[in-house]
Design a protein around this ligand. Sequence first.
Ligand SMILES: Nc1ncnc2c1ncn2[C@@H]1O[C@H](COP(=O)(O)OP(=O)(O)O)[C@@H](O)[C@H]1O
Ligand SMILES: [Mg+2]
Length: 257
Amino acid sequence: MIDIQHLHKTYGNAKKANDDITLQIYPGEIFGLLGPNGSGKSTLFKQMTGIIQPDYGDVILNGHSIVSDSLEAKKTFAFVSDTPDNFLQLKGIEYLNFVANIYQVPNKEKAQRIESTAREFGMYDDLGKQIASYSHGMRQKIMVIGALVVNPDIWILDEPMVGLDPRSAFNLKNKMREHADKDNIVIFSTHVLEVAEQIVDRLAIINKGHLVFVGTVDQLREMNHSDKSLEQIFLELTDTEGENPLSQEKLDAAQGV
Ligand SMILES: Nc1ncnc2c1ncn2[C@@H]1O[C@H](COP(=O)(O)OP(=O)(O)O)[C@@H](O)[C@H]1O
Ligand SMILES: [Mg+2]
């Protein structure tokens, strides 16, 4: 289980990037974190994974606090960041061996897992090349493959579908479902409603650092008794009074009002 407790984060003296986020995610769930650009999704994931320290609050991952028991907490998850530009000097295969070793994947399973997962994502022939030579999508894939090879209980994926070709996106969605169905947790972020709608068991919507909704897609639909589309409900929940591209004015214009 992931227990997110009252997370607060402000960068410098700017507005709060995360403002009192409390959320529980349970084994068996694919959980989607939705919100427009700049709403605080990556900040939440960085705090969950110990990349940045919360100003206040804690995250308990399978019983381990990321603040006070971070080594044990970090063993419970694999994290794929939205900027897969790490380890550029390594070859794909070197990176996969490196993460497999860190997470102590048994030697006799390592090569086989790397090969089969890399083949599924069409990356096997590229493993001998430096990550620096990969496209964004390929860098995303090598990080995803790393997470799948290691296969810890919790997967935390920041915008994982961005840059993936349709087959890889399809493979990843299937893998996410399989993983959650084994009583594990998959939490991922997206700013694309359609992606979330297809696969989540529950979702949270975050806007300007605040959670504005937590529940199922059906519950989100039921929040509104008119026959608004899910997209309209989402846009209304995340409207920011004209200061972002999804202002009412622009929405009306898009709908020809
Ligand atoms: N390292 C940083 N320094 C200063 N401000 C930041 C930093 N990272 C993010 N922010 C700000 O925090 C807010 C939330 O950003 P982020 O968590 O990246 O949102 P999202 O992932 O939803 O697009 C934004 O206003 C962003 O500009
Ligand atoms: Mg982000």
